[in-house]
Design a protein around this ligand. Structure first.
Ligand SMILES: Nc1ncnc2c1ncn2[C@@H]1O[C@H](COP(=O)(O)OP(=O)(O)O)[C@@H](O)[C@H]1O
Ligand SMILES: [Mg+2]
Length: 242
């Protein structure tokens, strides 16, 4: 394995067992790697297995067979309690439906992963404020999620994803619930994190158009990878300079 490999998936199969003996295989032996600092998309139609794959990449679920390592750690050998610590430290999740805690402020939402990681109060509040500033949410940091628009909620969710400085950001249809102008702003935040901070990002999307904004496109169809191609994004700076 090259030293800068972030994700390494080998012959990953995933089956669900619905009653017996009804094995239903959703992922049919996937192989791919993602390098540190890459911005990769996984694109496929609804039902192609994207979220199933996201759950495996995010160590929320285990493959039925195959090997998976994340930042050099063998996931299939890790115990369940080790996986939750690993998720907290290594992975920043961004979901289509934001998954923020409803009853608490944007600031506290961003602080929470740092609290679980054992960071002291003053330090985590300071870092949460800095992260909210990066996504231009400083003026709304005391608002609760239901006092925010969809795009604002997603910005808070991205700040939260960055809380423990994850090795990788994993985003499943992050603009799926947003209008196109707001989705554009969210995509630009991902580009910024990638280009200015060198973050490794995996974007999962059903949209070929969004996938072309990434460096490398992995196309999933019916649970198999049917192609890999280069994206056509030319960089945030160039675009702004047009
Ligand atoms: N927990 C589960 N139990 C049984 N079947 C599932 C489960 N999760 C997903 N599936 C099936 O796996 C296939 C892929 O689903 P999913 O990964 O959600 O696709 P996508 O995110 O690309 O829309 C679908 O046919 C879906 O019904
Ligand atoms: Mg899905």
């Amino acid at each position: 394995m090259a030293e800068n490999t972030m994700l390494d998936l080998r012959n990953i199969h995933k089956s669900f067992f619905i009653g017996t003996p009804n094995e239903f295989e959703v992922l049919h032996g996937l192989n791919f790697t993602v390098k540190e600092g890459e911005f990769v998309s996984i694109v496929g139609q609804s039902g192609s297995g994207k979220s199933t794959l996201m759950n495996i990449i995010g160590a929320l679920d285990r493959p039925t067979s195959g090997e998976y390592s994340l930042d050099g750690i063998d996931i299939e050998k890790a115990k369940d309690h080790e996986l939750s610590a690993l998720r907290n430290k290594k992975i920043g999740f961004v979901f289509q439906t934001y998954n923020l805690i409803a009853r608490t402020s944007a600031l506290k939402n961003v602080e929470l992963p740092m609290m679980y990681a054992g960071m002291g109060r003053a330090e985590r509040t300071e870092r949460a404020k800095m992260l909210l500033e990066q996504v231009e949410m400083t003026d709304r940091m005391m608002h609760k999620p239901d006092e925010l628009s969809g795009g604002q909620k997603q910005r808070v969710a991205i700040a939260r994803a960055m809380a423990n400085d994850p090795a990788i950001i994993l985003a499943d249809e992050p603009t799926g619930a947003l209008d196109s102008a707001t989705g554009r702003l969210i995509m630009d935040i991902f580009h910024k994190l990638h280009e200015e901070q060198g973050k490794t990002i995996v974007l999962i999307t059903h949209s070929p158009e969004l996938s072309r904004e990434t460096e490398r496109i992995i196309t999933l169809k019916d649970g198999s990878i049917i192609g890999e191609s280069a994206g056509s994004w030319t960089g945030l700076k160039e675009k702004e300079g047009e």
